[in-house]
Design a protein. Structure first.
Length: 497
């Protein structure tokens, strides 16, 4: 329940599996969160292509807004939306959506990185964008449409990334927020604008792209047609661009007090990095495939995209297909009981992007790399979690090498912090204490940026103090590191980077 006299902010946080409408209640010192509406995000496959069902998602967001208005009245300070990155909708001449956005895991972008390098070399492309090469980046998705002579691309007049597509439907204004734009591999990070010269080389129409706005920008008021649809007249709710990329919002809520930390935004993906004031674009960052993504308050998120708990989620789905239903706590318990440090995978190997069966892909990888093959469900989950912890260690080392900054602590935020085994394994593998929390980091960061936009919070440092006031943190101290040192070299030999 919202505190009496507190400011109310509505955050829509959409992830790869589900979405939530979350009310943030801010009394000047603490933020309280209440999930008003939770809904699935279920992609739809048609004729071998997988799409996001954005119309259903927009309907569910309006339902969340309706529940907010019914429960708390019309005195809502603002609302804001964050989602995953890279995916987009294309609008036609009359602003109609031409097709549902294609899911980033769809195989239509296979081979597109190599095709892009035929137009612009690897080094030049990285120098102009500073973005990690992943085949589903927006640039490669557009290239795939062009290679297939897509009539949708020919008809498109506007491209809007997913959160800004929803912003448009709520406000009627078309903009692109900086943090979400930075996931596209189409942005010049130093100019904080589209890399127009680069896009011209790929024959991408600059007129299709919209103005880039900073996190904390007021996009516009909620359309009266939507409030009337929900049964309300004369409702004024500003729609804010937070960090529209969910990781950008999550990092905004990292409860750090000093600069000597590394963050992990842990969920389906693990986004691991540091905050910097200038993008880091050099040979080392390119060689290790790091990325520069937009942050809040003039920062950049220099980070590595790591596959994350997708590995565990897909194993769980496979177990269910085989008639064995486990919740995540049960899977973690089985992993904790499995024998440690026997077999490992590179979480970011192509085999694990979207396999037909994750356990089979893991076993095949172990077999092909002359390792012991995991047999039980516990073995498989243990393999996933230990491999993630070791990839975090590798990433900590590379961050120090590239930035010259030595981390003293890891801040892990997001849903993955609920996996206590992963938190402890991360501390053990890296030799660094892990501070876990808040769980709802993305929604919290979303609300912080709304509060800054309407003048309730002055600085991100003040916002992070509010996070420390508001949510419990759990600290995991590293235990015996010797066994991890013994296997680390063997693990690094498996890496594709």
């Amino acid at each position: 329940m919202a505190e009496k006299g507190a400011k109310q902010f509505l955050a829509f946080d959409l992830g790869a599996e589900s979405g939530r409408a979350i009310l943030g209640s801010f009394d000047g010192e603490k933020i309280g969160l209440e999930v008003l509406h939770r809904f699935p995000n279920q992609p739809v496959t048609i004729m071998s292509t997988t799409y996001w069902d954005v119309l259903r998602l927009f309907h569910e967001m309006k339902e969340g807004l309706a529940q907010c208005l019914q429960a708390y009245g019309t005195d809502i300070a603002s609302m804001a939306i964050d989602t995953w990155g890279v995916d987009f909708g294309l609008l036609g001449p009359n602003d109609e959506l031409l097709a549902n956005p294609i899911h980033y895991r769809d195989p239509h972008t296979e081979g597109m990185i190599e095709e892009a390098f035929k137009v612009v070399g690897r080094q030049q492309l990285f120098e102009q964008t500073g973005v990690q090469f992943i085949r589903f980046n927006t640039l490669f998705q557009l290239l795939s449409l062009a290679k297939r002579n897509s009539p949708i691309l020919d008809s498109a007049k506007t491209m809007l990334l997913v959160p800004n597509l929803f912003d448009f439907w709520f406000t009627g204004r078309k903009v692109t927020e900086f943090s979400i734009a930075s996931t596209t591999q189409m942005l010049d990070p130093e100019q904080r604008n589209w890399a127009f010269d680069l896009l011209e080389q790929f024959s991408i129409d600059r007129e299709m792209l919209t103005e880039i706005v900073e996190p904390g920008t007021v996009i516009g008021p909620l359309l009266q047609s939507i409030t009337r649809e929900l049964g309300y007249e004369k409702v004024h709710i500003p729609v804010i661009a937070p960090a529209s990329h969910d990781t950008g919002s999550a990092v905004a809520a990292v409860p750090a007090e000093t600069d000597d930390y590394v963050y992990i935004s842990s969920g389906t993906w693990s986004l691991m990095g540091v905050e910097v004031r200038e993008p880091i674009v050099n040979e080392k960052s390119m060689a290790h495939n790091f990325t520069n993504e937009g942050g809040v308050c003039g920062t950049y998120r220099f980070l590595k995209n790591i596959m994350g708990l997708w590995l565990v989620q897909q194993c769980r789905r496979s177990f269910e297909r085989d008639g064995n239903s486990y919740n995540y706590d049960e899977l973690t318990r089985m992993a904790s009981e499995a024998k440690p440090l026997r077999m490992f995978i590179d979480p970011d190997a192509d085999e694990f992007m979207n396999p037909l069966d994750m356990p089979t892909a893991i076993r095949d990888f172990c077999r092909q790399t002359n390792q012991e093959v995991p047999e039980t469900e516990g073995d498989l989950i243990r393999c996933c979690l230990e491999s993630l912890a070791l990839k975090y260690r590798w990433t900590v080392e590379k961050l120090a090498e590239i930035t010259g900054r030595t981390a003293q602590v890891i801040h892990m935020v997001g849903g993955g912090t609920q996996n206590q085994l992963l938190c402890q394994l991360t501390a053990d593998a890296t030799g660094l204490p892990v501070v876990a929390g808040p769980i709802e980091a993305t929604a919290t960061g979303n609300i912080l940026m709304q509060a800054m936009a309407v003048g309730e919070i002055a600085t991100i440092q003040e916002g992070r103090q509010i996070v420390r006031n508001s949510f419990p943190m759990q600290v995991y101290q590293p235990k015996a590191q010797g066994p991890w040192d013994d296997v680390y070299t063997r693990f690094t030999q498996l890496l594709v980077d």
